[in-house]
Structure formats: C-alpha cells, structure tokens
Design a binder for this molecule. Structure first.
Ligand SMILES: Nc1ncnc2c1ncn2[C@@H]1O[C@H](COP(=O)(O)OP(=O)(O)O)[C@@H](O)[C@H]1O
Ligand SMILES: [Mg+2]
Length: 255
C-alpha cells in the first residue's frame, strides 16, 4: 500500500522526520508510537498527501506521490485514503451530524450516499444524533461522528491521529472495538503505550530525533525499557506501594 524511502521533512529549518523508510502492506494494522513532537502527525499528513517530504520518496500503490502526480489521481486517492485528525473538532463543520457524514461521499460523487450514511450511522451508533449540531456533542460523540464521516467512504486506508486522546474508558473501548470491525489498512498514531497494542499488531517507534528506532511486533518492544525511554514513552518517578517508596519506570498514558 505504501513504500517510503528515506523520507525527511522540514518545517523551515525545523526537522520533523529523518530518513524514514517503511513499507506497509494491504490490511496491516500499524501503530506509530512516539512522544510529543517526534513526527507522528507529519508522517500521517505525508501518507494522506497533504504535505510532501523534501527528501526521499513516497509511493502509494506503486505510484510516486508528489503534488503533480497526486493531482492526476486525486479522486481515487481521496476515496481510498482517509485521515482522522487529532483535533476532530476541526473536521466538523456541517450544520447537522447527518450532513457531516454525507459530506465526503457527496463530494466524491458516490451514488449510494443515503445507504452508506444509514449503515455507518448505525455501526458507529450515531444515528440518533443525525439531526443534532456536531458542535454541541460530547467529545466521545464527536469522535464517533468524525470516524463515521471517514469510514462512510469505505476507504482502503485509514490514518488515525491519536484517536483515543481525552476519551473516557467507555468511549475508548467503543472506538477500539469499532476499529476492528473494518478490514482497511490502518495506521494509528499514539503516545499511549498501554493502549497501543490494542490498536494494531505492528509497532513503529519514532525517537525524539525523528527517526524510526523500532519496527516489529509489540511483545519484544514492550520489554525494551531502553528503547521506550529513548522514545520518551517511559518516565521514572517515585511511587508509593504499601507505604514503601520505590522508583521505577511508568508509561506516560496521556495523549
Ligand atoms: N506547522 C509547523 N511549523 C513548524 N514546526 C512544526 C509544525 N508542525 C510540527 N512542527 C514540528 O515538527 C516536529 C514534529 O511534529 P509532529 O509531526 O506534530 O509530531 P507529533 O505528532 O509526533 O507530536 C515537532 O518538533 C513540531 O514542533
Ligand atoms: Mg501529533
């Protein structure tokens, strides 16, 4: 689905990704892990064709992606690849939830808009909210609506930027379950080490130097304190157990 060859990205002089090389196969569920500012959002934006690396090459289904080549395949690409922004509020701009979910399929000229909206509204348990204004929903509801608005396209690739941030445990569980209902290739960015293994099978760890320092299954990574520390995913602090004070490593599970 994707092949990234030594890509580097800079915002002006500020480096955000350094020589990232990756291949992602159809149907894979990949988790991009790393602390604040390591480059996760930048990488998702590149895979969504919103920005292009200054160095290295990106291929989507074998097609070299740059501004010019993307223009030629824009409609197919937008039908195939969908990104859930971290700030879902910035994605919601329609007067009602139903309009919100219908917007993408209408834009892309799909014929079965009504059926799709009914189906994905039900699947994401937002049908009862169809007439409501997206702005007045709870965060959990907003995330489900935003997710419905991309899943309704039935994309081949779903890119998710910290989809579980600030959700309560019930909403977190709901979103995780829903994600496993789709067979799409999925690439999820998170800094939540405890939830990360629930989101995919393959972990890609990005260090604060913006390069990939691990790419493989979760089990060995979760035991590798050195690597997790290098990626700012663990933190040592004093901790009280049964009246005794210990110092040991903890995951940082904010998002
Ligand atoms: N629009 C921008 N202008 C300048 N620097 C940016 C911009 N967006 C991100 N950065 C910088 O690029 C680096 C990677 O950012 P980002 O991809 O958002 O990381 P993450 O999503 O892992 O937190 C950070 O150091 C961040 O400050
Ligand atoms: Mg980010």
């Amino acid at each position: 689905m994707y092949k990234l060859e030594k890509i580097s990205y800079f915002y002006g002089k500020k480096q955000a990704l350094s020589e990232v090389t990756l291949e992602i196969k159809k149907g894979e569920k990949v988790v991009l892990l790393g602390g604040n500012g390591c480059g996760k959002t930048t990488l998702l934006k590149i895979m969504n064709g919103l920005i292009f690396p200054q160095k290295g090459k990106v291929f989507w289904k074998g097609i070299f992606l740059n501004k010019r080549t993307l223009q030629k395949i824009e409609r197919d690409f937008r039908k195939s690849v969908a990104l859930l922004f971290q700030d879902v509020e910035s994605m919601l701009f329609n007067p009602t939830v139903k309009d919100e979910i219908s917007f993408g399929p209408r834009q892309l000229g799909m014929e079965d808009v009504e059926d799709r909206v009914e189906k994905w509204g039900k699947r994401l348990r937002v049908s009862h909210l169809f007439k409501r204004h997206p702005g007045e929903l709870s965060l959990g509801e907003k995330k489900r609506v935003a997710l419905a608005s991309i899943l309704v396209l039935e994309p081949e690739v779903i890119l998710l930027d910290e989809p579980l941030s600030n959700l309560d445990p019930k909403s977190t569980g709901e979103i995780i379950d829903l994600l496993w209902e789709t067979e799409a290739t999925r690439i999820t960015a998170t800094q939540n080490l405890s939830l990360a293994p629930e989101l995919g099978e393959r972990a890609i760890l990005i260090s604060e130097n913006h390069s990939v320092i691990y790419d493989g299954p979760f089990a060995p990574l979760l035991e590798d304190e050195k690597l997790l520390l290098e990626a700012n995913l663990l933190h040592i602090h004093r901790h009280r157990h049964d009246g005794k004070i210990h110092r040991h490593f903890h995951p940082h599970d904010w998002e």
